[in-house]
Design a protein around this ligand. Structure first.
Ligand code: AP5
Length: 221
């Protein structure tokens, strides 16, 4: 299966994508994680992206398209992939079509994570991620066993620069309300969109997505 997870910041895309990729042997391709890794490494791309992300703006299309073109060429994507955070503009969606044609792949589904804005602020202000591998926690909903330390790899947890309430509001407005509509329409026209109630507790969201994916798998078989 080849999936795109769409939804506003903090909807739970990364949490569910990591779980599903682990369980189903798929590649989890998070453009936000790729940009944060570049930023931590201090590469020219990372330094440029850090400033853009801290404002809640989108990184330029040509940069993102180049990153994904390279990533989709890696062998772990052959067993299926989840794109988490890409495409975010129509130009990115059209470029993705070209890349998929080149590698002989097709999109299976585009789950859209529906959630009200008010819920997102709480989720993102309480989110903590680890330095080593971007494992995701929440101080109340999904705390680590030892406060401030990642259960999976022991690295320190930190709060993302773009998880401040003012930046969360900017990201929601600019990236979801203003920019995402044409991308949703693009995939809706092809009948690929399925809606997920992302405001539900994590286990319930997981059940709903698993049912959707199992059904799609069954129909494809
Ligand atoms: P990115 O990292 O992709 O940010 P995002 O899409 O805004 O998504 P988030 O990572 O904030 O949220 P999520 O939906 O994954 O939620 P999570 O699972 O962590 O992008 C960052 C930046 O990079 C962008 O702003 C942009 O600048 C740039 N960028 C990236 N891709 C780009 C592109 N293609 N083009 C241009 N620029 C790009 O969950 C959130 C919290 O809630 C966690 O604490 C979690 O534990 C908790 N939680 C999860 N599910 C539940 C639940 N059901 N109930 C309660 N709590 C929950």
């Amino acid at each position: 299966m080849n999936l795109i997870f769409m939804g506003p910041p903090g909807a739970g895309k990364g949490t569910q994508a990591a779980r599903i990729a682990g369980q189903r042997g798929m590649a989890h391709i998070s453009t936000g994680d790729m940009l944060r890794a570049a930023s931590e490494a201090g590469t020219p791309l990372g330094l440029q992206a850090r400033e853009i992300m801290a404002r809640g703006d989108l990184v330029p299309d040509d940069v993102m398209i180049g990153l994904i073109r390279e990533r989709l060429g890696e062998p772990d994507t052959r067993a299926g992939f989840i794109l988490d955070g890409f495409p975010r503009t129509l130009a990115q969606a059209e470029a993705l079509d070209g890349m998929l044609t080149d590698i002989g792949r097709e999109l299976s589904l585009v789950p859209v994570f529906d959630i009200p804005e008010a819920t997102l602020i709480d989720r993102l202000c309480g989110r903590r991620v680890c330095h080593a591998a971007q494992h995701v926690y929440h101080v109340d909903n999904n705390p680590p066993r030892v406060p401030g330390i990642c259960d999976a790899d022991g690295s320190e947890l930190y709060q993302r620069d773009d998880d401040r309430p003012d930046v969360v509001r900017a990201r929601y407005q600019k990236q979801w309300v203003d920019a995402a509509g044409p991308v949703r329409d693009y995939y809706a026209d092809r009948g690929l969109i399925v809606h997920i109630d992302a405001a539900a507790p994590q286990e319930q969201v997981a059940r709903e997505i698993d049912e959707v994916l199992d059904r799609a798998d069954g129909e494809a078989a």
